[in-house]
Ligand binder design. Structure first.
Ligand SMILES: [Zn+2]
Length: 355
């Protein structure tokens, strides 16, 4: 072959490549448009498809049913990158609501084994939804439909879909000041915090006057701050040993029976007082509610790292009746989140620490 021929062939090849680069997209689009026309899509529908579908998904469109494609791409919340997933759901669950399907797919979780119901769609948009708990939420909700979904999420996250004192576990000491001790997480009988300090009379009015160091320092800071607002706060009961709780609980059981005692008192090992991180303040009775001291604590305790541990309306999560006097040290960051979002330590722990 002579040089001239090689140059001509090479030039022609180059030209073809150039034409493809410049006009290839347009040619592919034209072919796609023709195909859509043959499949019976209207001009308006074709325009919609070209506007909403990524070119990578052209084959997907031409192999799917027309009405399904149009329903999906005109739905509210549609995102081009999820087209295949929407279509998979839609062809499988024809009777389900398209917006629910869109919400479920857009959540990014793999929920393909669940029917895309409106309950599931509402669930995945719950603020404290935890993917691993999905089947538990659905089960709990189907048995208790009078309970709101956000409550179901809170309950299941807190393991309170189990009966109290069942499925119990060792409390995780590695969580430090955020340790969770409740009717599912217990401390061993030999656990004694190693940094207990004694509160002086200025801060204490009871016999159980020891707290862990961080908690004690924060408590003193809080008491001093309250005093500037003419509020007097005193600890009445802070750290209590395992054996102390044995005696206390036994006394209550003898007085009121086990069932009643379980509602207001903790079984040994399950009392938060053994952590050395909580304090009963001023008046261990329901009459503490509404006092100036109680109101001050509700508004300000979180600024010093304390939370109202057993709030009203959360009894089925915490396992305890409302205790306006019982405050728990968790540190300032956690206390602020818990306070601002109206959470319990159980809910915080599940979502932020244990997920
Ligand atoms: Zn208490």
């Amino acid at each position: 072959m002579d040089k001239k021929k090689i140059i001509i062939i090479a030039s022609v090849l180059l030209l073809i490549i150039l034409i493809w680069i410049i006009f290839g997209g347009a040619i592919r689009n034209k072919l796609f448009t023709n195909k859509l026309e043959t499949l019976g899509y209207s001009g308006k529908e074709i325009k919609l498809i070209e506007e909403k579908v990524f070119s990578d998904d052209y084959d997907l469109v031409t192999t799917s049913k027309n009405d399904e494609v149009i329903d999906v791409i005109s739905a509210k919340g549609y995102r081009g990158e999820n087209l295949k997933k929407y279509l998979d759901y839609y062809s499988k669950y024809k009777n389900c609501d398209m917006e629910d399907i869109i919400t479920i797919v857009n959540s990014g979780y793999d929920l393909s084994k669940y029917e895309p119901t409106s309950t599931l769609a509402d669930l995945v948009t719950e603020k404290y939804y935890i993917y691993d708990n999905t089947s538990k939420y659905l089960k709990y909700y189907s048995n208790n439909e009078n309970i709101s979904l956000d409550k179901v999420v809170g309950l299941v996250n807190s393991k309170a879909d189990n009966k109290f004192y069942t499925n119990t576990k060792n409390a995780d000491l590695n969580k430090g000041n955020l340790i969770l001790v409740n009717k599912y997480y217990y401390l061993k009988d030999n656990y004694i915090p190693d940094d207990l300090v004694t509160l002086t009379n200025k801060y204490n009015g009871g016999t159980n006057n020891m707290m862990r160091k961080d908690a004690a320092n924060a408590f003193m800071e809080m008491v001093d701050a309250a005093l500037l607002d003419n509020i007097i706060l005193k600890n009445m009961s802070a750290y209590r040993s395992y054996n102390y709780q044995v005696n206390l609980y036994d006394k209550y059981v003898q007085k009121d029976g086990k069932e009643a005692a379980d509602i207001y008192s903790a079984r040994p090992g399950y009392s938060e007082h053994q952590t050395g991180l909580c304090t009963d303040i001023n008046d261990i009775s329901s009459s503490f509610e509404g006092t100036d001291a109680s109101n001050w604590l509700v508004d300000n305790a979180y600024k010093y790292g304390f939370i109202l541990r057993f709030p009203k309306g959360k009894e089925d999560i915490t396992g305890y009746t409302y205790e306006p006097w019982h405050y728990r040290y968790v540190g300032k960051n956690a206390a602020k989140i818990i306070h601002d979002n109206d959470l319990t330590l159980e809910e915080y722990y599940a979502y932020y620490l244990d997920k």
